[in-house]
Design a protein around this ligand. Structure first.
Ligand code: SF4
Length: 449
């Protein structure tokens, strides 16, 4: 493989079709709608149908999300190639696959998938559009400078709205008046929101989006049967792809609901905030270091970064709070965690640190927060052999044992694990005992409407 600089990285999005993998279904669709609002053609890739194809080009040692996303893009492109024949233009596509730095393999997905795509005739011309955590997902060069800030803001809001629609789903579904109503309702609501983002995102008209969200919540809460008693609450943490991709985690939330739980998954915005917070934090550290060394040239650079990332974080948390406040005036579900609070929790417990930049610090801190908030159990979801997932497990298990909060690890690799059902049943037995003994903090009325 030669240099990948020309085929992986940031490219102008104009006049291309951006292919977005479906990690989180709602978020993928709202992000694609946001792209379209800015006159960028974007499509969400169908997911989990190409796993067999991916397995032909992988050894089994890769991280499971890498296999799943590889299957999605390979199946899509080869099908397009076959269907369109000579009209198929690989150069017109940009495959969206972000990357991260840090001590795990996510940064290698795009390089590996590049090698596989290059082995298919014609697909070497499909570029991989990759934004990176290294610069806090900067969009420099991908869209016109004067629209970049609006695009960033709208993309972030699409993530927050997707998170809220998901919280609505998990809040209503365990209490729905009729089985299946909530899934249909959320699917329709997602489609309506998609149209709203297409129309309003580019103008940053978030008032209209908020009003629509309120209307959806008001309609959604009518699906709750007030006669169903409050259920034990479980929090989910873990590797972001696995905990959000319902096919890969074998619809874990629905499984837990079937066993009598109400579930809250950690959000997608948490990850975006974490990246911004991490950049701010690192630049503060570098600033202090350069100050000690009297390196004034670098001081200015870090100061500019502190102001820039500090501004981004302030905006993100302010908007996130605004949207959650409007939503929770109408229905009671949990707000998202603030990054600085999570780091303080971790420092207080002194069991891990934000200095190690993987999802481990987020997962451990979120588990501690769930325990403080009186959740009745916590599940850690991760791909089989995922290093941050296993580190979380090793550190957190004894802490949860001490605190007597039920805890479950659920690694996945696409196969059906024979012991899984028993493990979930045993966990749910402990969760129910915890619920009977301690109840649930924070639910003021059983089903506030
Ligand atoms: S977080 Fe886990 S699954 Fe993701 S790249 Fe790292 S090791 Fe692989």
């Amino acid at each position: 493989m030669g240099s990948t600089a020309k085929t992986i990285g940031k490219f102008r999005l104009r006049n291309k079709t951006v292919l977005i993998p479906e990690m989180n279904r709602i978020a993928a669709h709202l992000i694609a709608a946001t792209f379209r609002s800015f006159d960028i053609n974007a499509r969400v890739l169908p997911t989990y149908k190409g796993l067999d194809l991916a397995k032909k080009y992988t050894s089994g040692k890769e991280c499971f999300p890498c296999q799943v996303t590889l299957g999605d893009i390979l199946l899509y492109l080869t099908t397009e190639q076959e269907t369109l024949g000579s009209a198929f233009d690989p150069g017109s596509y940009l495959y969206f696959l972000p990357e991260s730095d840090g001590p795990c393999r996510f940064g290698m997905y795009n390089k590996f998938q590049r090698m596989v795509l290059d082995s298919f005739p014609g697909l070497d011309r499909v570029k991989i559009f990759s934004i990176t955590t290294t610069d806090g997902y900067s969009l420099e060069g991908v869209i016109e400078q004067q629209r970049m800030l609006d695009f960033r803001k709208a993309s972030y809001i699409s993530v927050v709205v997707a998170d809220i629609l998901e919280r609505l789903l998990w809040r209503i579904r365990p209490y729905e008046t009729q089985k299946g109503l909530t899934d249909d309702f959320i699917e329709r609501s997602m489609r309506q929101m998609e149209s709203f983002f297409e129309i309003h995102a580019a103008a940053n008209d978030f008032g209209n989006i908020l009003n629509k969200l309120e209307e959806i919540i008001k309609n959604g809460r009518t699906l709750i049967d007030p006669a169903i008693p409050t259920k034990p609450l479980i929090g989910i943490v873990g590797e972001i792809f696995l905990r959000m991709h319902v096919h890969s985690n074998q619809d874990l939330i629905r499984v837990l609901e079937r066993h009598g739980a109400e579930v809250v998954n950690s959000s997608l915005a948490e990850w975006v905030n974490y990246i911004t917070y991490g950049q701010l934090r690192q630049n503060k550290i570098n600033f202090r270091l350069n100050l000690k060394q009297l390196n004034f040239g670098r001081l200015k650079h870090h100061l500019q970064k502190i102001i820039s990332f500090g501004g981004d974080l302030f905006y993100q948390e302010m908007r996130q709070k605004q949207f959650y406040n409007r939503a929770t005036r109408l229905i009671d579900f949990k707000h998202d965690h603030k990054m600085s609070h999570l780091e303080r929790l971790l420092q207080k417990e002194d069991i891990f640190t934000f200095d190690v930049t993987t999802e481990t610090c987020l997962s451990i801190a979120a588990i501690l927060q769930f325990a403080e908030e009186g959740y009745n159990g916590v599940v850690n979801v991760y791909p089989f052999t995922c290093m941050p997932g296993m580190t979380t497990s090793a550190i957190v298990k004894p802490v949860m044992n001490r605190r007597r909060v039920p805890y479950l690890d659920t690694p996945y690799d696409g196969s059906l694990q024979p012991g899984r059902e028993t493990a979930v049943s045993t966990f749910m037995y402990q969760v129910t005992q915890h619920f009977e003994r301690y109840g649930r903090k924070g639910r003021i009325q059983p089903h506030a409407a």
